[in-house]
Ligand binder design. Structure first.
Ligand SMILES: [Zn+2]
Length: 182
């Protein structure tokens, strides 16, 4: 690994800003997803230091640095199955599924990011639906305001979509459930 001091500092900032969505450890390998200009996927061999990132630099970058920092802080899921090396994201989501509140936080971070980066609105919509379900599952009515803001933004970017109407309907149903519970 040949990561410059300057790059490590940027990685540290990325970590602090919550740009590392998850880290999965499988044997001596780390896998992660980091929000840069796009969502990037990182792979690091802890023994050899070899690393790979899907950003234009290909590795030894701030995304790799941020992943290492997250790992050192203990923000990491230890995978049992070897399939984690092929499907690290599925493994991470499975771990997160067991902690709906943490899964919700991760989803909201990704949703915030995708709302500004996703030109088709498809990923943002998918994340919005996941966030709604997780809000319900983790019983966190306080995030409903945040989701309402996201929906407002989505409506602003994709006003013509039939999908937008569907999302509004789904949102309303969850909001009403929360209001009844209060
Ligand atoms: Zn990178």
């Amino acid at each position: 690994m040949q990561i410059e001091e300057r790059t490590m500092k940027k990685g540290e900032e990325y970590y602090r800003k919550g740009r590392v969505l998850w880290v999965v450890k499988s044997g001596e390998k780390l896998f992660s997803k980091v929000l840069g200009s796009y969502p990037y996927h990182v792979e690091i061999n802890l023994e050899s230091g070899e690393n790979l990132c899907t950003c234009p630099l290909g590795g030894d970058c701030k995304h790799v640095a941020a992943t290492l920092i997250a790992y050192k802080k203990g923000a990491c899921f230890e995978a049992i199955s070897k399939t984690a090396e092929v499907f690290p994201e599925a493994t991470a989501l499975e771990f997160l599924g067991e902690v709906p509140s943490l899964a919700l936080d991760v989803t909201l971070r990704e949703l915030r990011f995708q709302l500004s980066a996703d030109e088709s609105g498809s990923e943002a919509a998918n994340l919005f639906i996941r966030a709604l379900r997780l809000a319900e599952k983790s019983r966190r009515p306080e995030v409903i305001h945040l989701l309402e803001e996201f929906l407002e933004e989505y409506r602003h970017v994709f006003p013509e979509y039939e999908l937008t109407k569907r999302l509004e309907k789904m949102f309303k149903a969850v909001k009403e459930k929360f209001q009844k519970a209060l």
